[in-house]
Design a protein around this ligand. Structure first.
Ligand code: BGC
Length: 754
């Protein structure tokens, strides 16, 4: 490969090289026919393939492909195996549709429940998002197909997405917004990364050298090429200089010519251009080698996979009196209500919207699975548009009252969440909310099945006995809903995002969507459950929460050491037992809590998890491993991850709000975490290392005999008063030392150097 690359590089003209860094058309890189350099096809992504039919460019007239559940659904499975298998299936379809790079997955953090594109992202938590993304990339790339990890970075809202600057402090950037990208790069090495539209702290992501070169390549070891989001390049030369290789979409001949002229005039270094061309051609070579002309995929088999996957993403939010699963032999009639039962909402709008190979509906599958003995009635309940229709409500309530059970299909219509714009609030349409209220008034056995891509408020939550969150579950979500409702599948999903009680409780509430071209990430590290924990705000449903038709018990937490250093790994063992009567799966979640720190830290943070399947009565032991990084915070002063000595508590359980098992570990850090003192260091920081007496006794000026008066060490009020004073000023004002040398000597002593 390197030989071929070398030959091409020697023969390419300047114009050809420049052209290779700009797409050939909307979805392809350029081919250079005289050298036999082929073009490759990059297509959306992420939960299926959107490959336009021949002759079409923009729009949604695409070749049929299997529509799998979108990211928020997939992440609710908490199953890396599942994500990998979805990736493999999509990879196979890429081979069949002659796609070389799939534009996904998106691992941006759900900073706000209003983010219009939340359905396309995995989670509010970087570890969950990173693990899901890494597994998905592994799956797709196992087929020789490239992925594009997007949108790098801080693309967390749609409002002014092409111009907004995400203003985020370094520590938050590292701990929350970059971590998921880092995990995917380090674990799965995606072939490409997509640079986002927005600015990060004032610099366009496509021109952000620090992010693209320093962090992505030098620190994390990314070896592929960086592609711009479609239309995200604003200054071609600046973006190339920053390490952004391929501009998409293409057909920008003016830019190509200008770039070639700049190189010729010595205004742009050819070496930089060469580097980008090489990176692009390496992936062209790698993916072309894997091409499988004539390949096809088994649409029926993939549909079956999509059904099984969708069912595994369902989260059972409520199940009073064990109403679910429904038992056909004990039922005479079921009233199915809501247009979504007939016209399911199963994917989001925008670039990820694909043409499914077929679509299942819940009503059809329920009728089939319930059999002839059970009467199934249907009522629309709400109209297509966002309007309360009293007639439809009355009809639905009447039908519901006459049946043994009512199952309502409700959620968010496409106009409520999409790429391109954010949500105004977290409400479902009034027509859906009213429907649930009216039906619950007349039918005590009501089940609500939700289709939505992100958290919604549920003012009616007391009404129905059972609630199932089905997300945007892909083309087979209707059949999967029937599978879960009737117990063919035992739900095992866990929320991948917190559901707030009300919009005002959300972490971003005061800082969204920004103003004057900037959005300040004012909540800092406290995104998702980190915020609700710290503020002690009870959410509607917490992160990691989800019920099952069986019950589980977690016992016997064991750690392999109670004292460790940051060079050790910590093995945590937990036993899970299925204590109910049905087979089922449970997710063991491990959170780390730093009990005392020099920094503000979240109450707890998810660091590891595992999903286990168990037969009734069966018990399994799960081992999870923690490393130094799982205890660290990002020290932005020293630009490094930092583990502090002291106690850490390991919490295990089945939801962020239910962590019954705990173990304590004493960490002895081998890192020199001590900052060096300087004249502007604060006295309170010196007091973390020395007593006041120790510190002040070191202060002396031999030439004048000056120093802190002995009484000062003992005066608690004065010590408290001095806490926030820089030590250089203390020396001058309280110690009466005017010689710069004497102050420097004192600071050296405090630093242990003299
Ligand atoms: C989206 C990307 C997508 C690209 C190509 C952009 O508008 O932000 O996620 O991959 O279009 O369709």
């Amino acid at each position: 490969m390197e030989q071929q690359l070398k030959e091409w590089m020697e023969q390419l003209t300047l114009e050809e090289k420049a052209a290779l860094t700009v797409g050939g058309d909307f979805w392809h890189t350029r081919s250079i026919e005289r050298l036999g350099i082929p073009s490759i096809s990059l297509n959306d992504g992420p939960h299926g393939i959107r490959k336009p039919k021949a002759g079409t460019d923009v729009g949604f007239d695409s070749l049929p492909a299997t529509c799998f559940p979108t990211a928020s659904a997939l992440a609710s499975s908490w199953s890396v195996e599942l994500l990998e298998s979805v990736g493999q299936a999509i990879g196979d379809e890429c081979l069949a549709l002659d796609v070389q790079v799939l534009l996904g997955p998106g691992v941006n953090i759900k900073r706000s429940p209003r983010g219009g594109r939340n359905f396309e992202y995995y989670s509010e938590d970087p570890v969950l998002a990173g693990e899901m993304g890494a597994a998905f990339v592994r799956g797709v790339q196992s087929r020789g197909i490239g992925t594009s990890l997007k949108h790098f970075a801080c693309n967390n809202q749609e409002h002014e997405r092409m111009t907004i600057s995400s203003e985020v402090d370094e520590r938050t950037l590292r701990e929350i917004y970059l971590t998921a990208f880092e995990r995917v790069i380090k674990q799965s090495q995606p072939m490409t990364v997509m640079a986002a539209y927005n600015k990060v702290n004032g610099i366009y992501a496509t021109e952000h050298r620090e992010l693209l070169e320093q962090v992505l390549r030098e620190e994390w070891g990314f070896t592929g090429f960086v592609v711009s989001d479609w239309g995200a390049v604003n200054d071609k030369a600046a973006s190339l200089r920053a390490g952004m290789d391929l501009q998409m979409p293409g057909r920008d001949e003016e830019t190509v010519q200008r770039l070639a002229d700049m190189v010729r005039n010595g205004e742009f270094p050819e070496t930089v251009l060469n580097q980008s061309v090489e990176r692009i051609l390496r992936i062209v070579l790698a993916t072309m080698r894997n091409r499988k002309p004539g390949a096809s995929f088994d649409a029926e088999a993939h549909h079956a996979v999509a059904r099984q996957v969708a069912a595994e993403c369902f989260v059972l939010l409520k199940n009073e009196g064990g109403l679910l699963p429904l038992q056909p032999d004990k039922l005479r009639s079921v009233s199915v209500i809501g247009q979504f039962a007939k016209q399911p909402r199963y994917q989001g709008s925008g670039s990820s919207q694909i043409e499914p190979t077929r679509v299942d509906t819940a009503i059809e599958q329920l009728k089939k699975s319930l059999g002839d003995q059970v009467t199934v009635s249907y009522a629309d309940g709400y109209p297509g548009e966002d309007r309360v229709d009293e007639e439809l409500l009355n009809e639905a309530a009447q039908q519901a009252a006459e049946a043994d059970v009512a199952v309502i299909f409700a959620g968010l219509p496409p106009s409520f969440e999409s790429e391109g714009f954010d949500r105004r609030n977290i409400d479902m349409p009034a027509s859906h909310n009213r429907l649930i209220e009216e039906v619950c008034r007349v039918q005590p056995n009501t089940v609500v099945v939700l289709s939505n891509g992100s958290a919604v408020a549920m003012p009616w939550i007391q009404g129905p006995k059972a609630v199932l969150e089905g997300w945007l579950g892909g083309q087979a979500s209707g059949a999967a809903a029937a599978d879960v409702l009737l117990g063919a599948v035992n739900p095992s999903g866990k929320l991948s995002e917190t559901f707030p009680m009300r919009l005002e409780d959300a972490p971003d509430f005061l800082n969204f969507p920004g103003e004057e071209g900037k959005v300040r990430y004012g909540e800092g590290l406290y995104v998702g459950y980190r915020y609700y924990d710290k503020k002690r705000i009870e959410p509607l449903f917490p992160f990691g929460y989800g019920l099952s038709y069986t019950t589980f018990e977690l016992t016997g937490m064991d750690v392999n050491r109670h004292h460790m250093t940051d060079r050790d790994t910590l093995e945590v063992k937990v036993c899970v037992r299925n204590t109910g009567a049905r087979p089922g799966s449970e997710v063991v979640q491990l959170y780390v809590q730093d009990t005392e720190s020099r920094m503000a830290r979240p109450i707890k943070e998810l660091k590891a998890f595992a999903k286990v399947s168990l037969q009734p009565g069966e018990e399994k032991e799960v081992t999870l491993v923690l490393q130094a990084r799982d205890f660290a915070y990002y020290d932005s002063e020293r630009s490094t991850w930092c583990v502090e000595s002291g106690e850490f508590v390991i919490l295990a359980g089945t939801s962020s709000a239910d962590l019954p098992l705990r173990a304590s570990v004493m960490m002895e850090s081998t890192q020199k975490v001590q900052a060096r003192f300087h004249a502007m260091s604060l006295f309170k920081d010196v007091l973390k290392r020395y007593t006041a007496a120790e510190a002040l006794q070191m202060l002396a000026d031999p030439s004048t005999g000056g120093g802190a008066p002995a009484g000062l060490y003992k005066d608690e009020f004065l010590i408290t008063f001095m806490m926030d004073m820089p030590i250089g000023k203390i020396a001058k004002m309280m110690g009466n030392i005017q010689s710069e040398q004497a102050i420097a000597d004192w600071i050296s002593k405090l630093n242990g150097e003299a």
